[in-house]
Design a protein. Structure first.
Length: 251
């Protein structure tokens, strides 16, 4: 079943590239733009609970930073984001509006803490709003209208997933790029908070490459039935951050 699903997705992606975007370089450029620090998603103001983890002494050097972020990516909210991304990508390839709306609603509610919900929704709003203005697409417009009618905030992973599909970017390229951007942003927060030097920050990003690839491989085989988190310390850090006395980040 997994092999058949992967084959179907690969064929669908090939068809979409041929029909919608004959130049794969254009799709790559768009992906790079969407994951660039210049893209106005506001990700730099969030630490995903890392600020409390540093305050509590759970993260105090490069090794513990890599361990913390790798655990979140493989077993926590990062894993769920990867699954939502792939499900949204599949819906975008098939132009399956009903399935996309179902995924978007679930992603909007599937948050362990209030700050995680804020982090996802604010980035999702910024991302979806910018995409609709700069790279218009009818499915993105329908998603915006649907979520607005139900007062459901867009989830960043869902927006990036469907946008990548509509741009003809294969999931096995788009998802690791998204996850790499996700952890790189948090490593940047760690560089400021611990603090670390810039070289150690790059070493941390390099140290997370295998976790990114493993999370991608797992998510490509998963469905929404596989959602779940076992990274309890990440959730607890997010809860504690809500009342942290001195804060640089919003989460």
């Amino acid at each position: 079943m997994a092999a058949a699903t992967a084959t179907t997705m690969a064929k669908a992606a090939t068809i979409m590239r041929n029909e919608r975007h004959p130049l794969p370089q254009l799709s790559l450029l768009r992906l790079l733009s969407w994951l660039s620090p210049a893209f106005p998603s506001g990700s730099y103001v969030y630490s995903h609970g890392l600020e409390w983890a540093v305050e509590a002494g759970d993260v105090d050097d490069r090794e513990t930073l890599v361990e913390w972020l790798g655990s979140d990516l493989r077993h926590g909210s990062g894993r769920n984001e990867a699954i939502f991304f792939v499900e949204a990508w599949r819906s975008g390839v098939r132009d399956d509006q009903a399935k996309l709306f179902e995924i978007a609603e679930l992603a909007g509610a599937f948050r362990g803490t209030g700050e995680f919900a804020l982090e996802s929704s604010q980035q999702g709003i910024g991302c979806l709003s910018t995409l609709r203005r700069v790279w218009p697409d009818d499915l993105l417009d329908r998603l915006w209208e649907f979520l607005g009618e139900r007062s459901v905030p867009p989830a960043s992973a869902v927006v990036h997933g469907v946008a990548s599909a509509r741009a003809g970017v294969p999931a096995d390229l788009a998802l690791p790029a998204f996850l790499q951007s996700y952890v790189a942003n948090l490593v940047t927060a760690g560089v400021r908070l611990i603090p670390l030097g810039q070289t150690d920050g790059q070493r941390a990003i390099a140290g997370l490459e295998q976790a990114v690839l493993a999370a991608t491989e797992e998510a490509m085989r998963a469905t929404i039935d596989d959602l779940g988190s076992a990274a309890f310390m990440v959730d607890l850090a997010s809860m504690a951050h809500e009342t942290q006395y001195t804060r640089l980040f919003r989460s």
